[in-house]
Each structure stands twice: as structure tokens, then as C-alpha cells.
Write a new protein. Structure first.
Length: 402
């Protein structure tokens, strides 16, 4: 493969080469509203000579468009690729990725399971609930992304999930120009220890919405296995049924970090210097951080995204919020004064938000538990309430001066 064209939805913006370099095309750089893929991958000066971007930020940006861990291993195996053959995987799966990025290259050779072939016209393939149930009961045979002998897409993260286009309540696999998945179907992980994750995430996401966080919309379905239906914030459905892809990146991609590398709270807040509304986004990021503390969310989870356009970075709606038993047992942030310094937050503003969230979240958690009584496992809800109340008591005890 000579290289891959890099597109943002319907606009060609660059060229990714096998030597791990990225070159923006001149016509994109010349656009008045042009913007880089990420702050770590800047545009060349307009009107000046362009040069290919080198360094680790290039391959790490694109590699993070692919699944991680066991999910990656299963999809690579389905494509008959070696576990480390990221380049071929990007070429085979690049037509439907997270955000607006699309990678276009030569048609891949036929393998044991191929990538979805190009289609000149939009195609929809309905997924019946009983068909999905059958697949979930036999997930050890094929990754959820494989349907009809084709790998449908690549979605980042370690969790097995499926992108679908929702039309009048029906779920469809789609392919073709100007159409893409609008939602994600997220079943429980294939692990007894996390079998209740769809219920956990549903409760936490609904709770986040009730306390004022901007979150992706979620629905809980049973087929009869529980699956969470999550509306994609990186897609915009147009009135005529077409789907526009929106460019979205993680904090690690923005910083040029590899998957799994830690990102500090201070580094997250520092990214807001690229925001056209830094005060608004700083307040939203602070509440996201405090909410995650209150539910005992996994510390290393990279479920923070930014929407990118010519105006800069805007904090995207929250997604993937759930409680983690190990994280809930830890104290979390203890040095709030250092947190305020790292995030350039006024101590008084932080103290007020600590008090507000430590009162608001437990109250709404109790009300939500009552509202959802009978819909979720009672033992899970009781554990979540216990975590929230315990974390809130600790948070309310902190005082900051200044």
C-alpha cells in the first residue's frame, strides 16, 4: 500500500505514509477555515512550504482510532492480520472510524474475513433483536463488529461494541456515501465480573444528565440480554437522512500521547487554551472531574473527548461513565489545593463546586434509584448509592482558602 488519503468527513486533508509521516494537502491548508487533526499535529504556515510531520505523535494518533487489548486482537485475527500490523488494519478499517477521520487507500485483498467493500449507493442492513441476541450468546466465536463475513468498523477502546444507524426505532448496519452509524450498541463485557456494566453505565449516565452534565444520550434495551444504546456525539443526522461526521479526539490524541499513557488533570485543563470558550469548558471539565470522583470511576479511563473545528477544541459530551469497584475503594483526589493549582482554578470556585456537587449528586442518585426501581439490579443500585454517599461525605469535608 503506497499510502492512505486522510479525509475529515467529505474533505481530503492529508496523506498518511507507511514511513509514519503525515503531510497535509495544500488545498486544505489554504482553506480559511482549515484546522489540524490535533494540536499535536499542527498545520504548516499558510502560504509557506509544507513538510511532512514526523515523530511519535503521528502513529499514536492514528493507532488510537483502532480498538485496544483483546478487542483489537479479535478483530485483527478476523482480518487475518498479525497482532502488530497496525498499518494494514488502518487501510482495511479506515473508511468508518471514530470522529470524522476516514482513511482511503487501495481496496484490501480478500482475507478470512474482509473489510466492508466500497458501495456506490447507501446500503442498510437491519439487525433484528433476536439476531443480536444470538450473536451475544456466541461472542466467543466472532467479534461483535463482524457481520455477514465482513468487519463493519473499528471503534476505539477495549470494549466490544457495534455501530448502528437508528431509523424509526430499528437498528441497521450501514455503508455508502454520506451515511454512517449514529449510535453504539454496548453489551456487557464477556466477563462475569462486569456482567452488570450496561446497568451501571446507564445509571451513571442518567445521573450525570440529571445533575447538569452534558452527556451522550443513552437507552437501556434487553434483547433479552442487556445492551446500552448510546447516541454518538461525533455524528449529526441531517434532515434528508444523511449523516455528517464530526471531528472528535481524545485528550491523549490532542497531546500526542500513546494509548495507556497517563494524562494528568492539569494537562486536561491546559488543553482548554485551545477552546474558544475556555471558561465554559473549564467549568464543564471541573464538574466532569468531580462527578467521576463521586461515582468511583476508573482513574485511567480515557473517556474524555474534544470536538475539533476551525474554532479550536470544545469539550464533547461525556460518555462511558460507570463505577469501578477498585477505583471506588480508593480515596481519589485528596490534595484539592494542588488540583486547583494544576487546573488554574480559583480555590473559592473549587470549594463552592465541591460543596455543590457533594450535595447535588447524592440527592439525585437517591431520586433516580427510586425512579428506576425494578428496572436495574437492586444490589447494583445499592452499591452505587453507597459509593456516591461515601465519596460525597469525603468531598464535603474539604475546605480551601483563597
Amino acid at each position: 500500500m503506497r499510502g492512505l488519503e486522510v479525509w475529515l468527513d467529505e474533505r481530503e486533508v492529508g496523506w498518511l505514509r507507511p514511513d509514519r509521516t503525515l503531510a497535509y494537502v495544500e488545498r486544505w491548508v489554504a482553506e480559511p477555515l482549515a484546522y489540524p487533526l490535533a494540536p499535536a499535529l499542527p498545520l504548516p504556515a499558510r502560504g509557506g512550504p509544507g513538510s511532512a510531520l514526523e515523530g511519535d505523535a503521528v502513529p499514536t494518533f492514528f493507532e488510537q482510532l483502532l480498538p485496544e487489548g483483546e478487542a483489537r486482537g479479535a478483530i485483527f485475527a478476523a482480518l487475518d492480520l498479525a497482532p502488530d500490523d497496525v498499518w494494514q488494519a488502518l487501510g482495511r478499517l479506515g473508511r468508518e472510524l471514530a470522529g470524522a477521520v476516514r482513511l482511503v487507500g487501495d481496496e484490501p485483498p480478500a482475507g478470512r474475513v474482509g473489510a466492508v467493500p466500497r458501495s456506490a449507493t447507501p446500503m442498510q442492513r437491519r439487525i433484528a433483536r433476536d439476531e443480536l441476541s444470538e450473536r451475544l450468546r456466541h461472542r466467543d466465536l466472532l467479534p461483535l463488529a463482524v457481520w455477514d463475513g465482513q468487519v463493519r468498523h473499528a471503534l476505539p477502546g477495549r470494549r466490544d461494541k457495534l455501530g448502528v444507524y437508528v431509523d424509526r426505532g430499528e437498528w441497521h448496519l450501514v455503508d455508502g456515501p454520506q451515511i454512517a452509524s449514529t449510535h453504539l450498541l454496548k453489551p456487557a463485557p464477556d466477563s462475569a465480573a462486569r456482567s452488570e456494566l450496561p446497568f451501571d453505565e446507564f445509571f451513571c449516565m442518567r445521573l450525570a444528565e440529571r445533575v447538569g452534565l452534558d452527556v451522550a444520550r443513552v437507552e437501556l434495551h434487553r434483547v433479552p440480554e442487556p445492551v446500552l444504546l448510546v447516541e454518538r456525539f461525533d455524528r449529526r443526522r441531517l434532515d434528508d437522512g444523511r449523516v455528517q461526521r464530526l471531528h472528535a479526539i481524545t485528550a491523549r490524541q490532542a497531546l500526542g500521547r500513546a494509548a495507556g499513557e497517563p494524562v494528568t488533570d492539569g494537562e486536561r485543563f491546559a488543553l482548554l487554551r485551545h477552546s474558544p470558550l475556555p471558561l465554559v469548558d473549564s467549568r464543564a471539565l471541573l464538574r466532569w472531574t468531580l462527578f467521576r470522583q463521586l461515582i468511583g470511576a476508573e482513574a485511567g479511563a480515557d473517556n474524555l473527548c474534544f470536538l475539533v473545528d476551525h474554532g479550536g477544541l470544545r469539550l464533547a459530551p461525556a460518555f462511558g461513565l460507570s463505577s469501578d469497584a477498585d477505583a471506588a475503594a480508593r480515596a481519589g483526589i485528596e490534595d484539592w489545593a494542588a488540583f486547583a493549582r494544576d487546573g488554574d482554578i480559583a480555590p473559592r470556585s473549587l470549594a463552592l463546586e465541591l460543596k455543590r456537587m457533594s450535595e447535588l449528586v447524592p440527592a439525585h442518585a437517591r431520586a433516580l434509584a427510586d425512579e428506576l426501581a425494578g428496572e436495574l439490579p437492586s444490589a447494583l443500585v445499592d452499591r452505587l448509592l453507597e459509593v456516591v454517599n461515601d465519596k460525597a461525605r469525603r468531598m464535603a469535608g474539604f475546605e480551601l482558602k483563597g
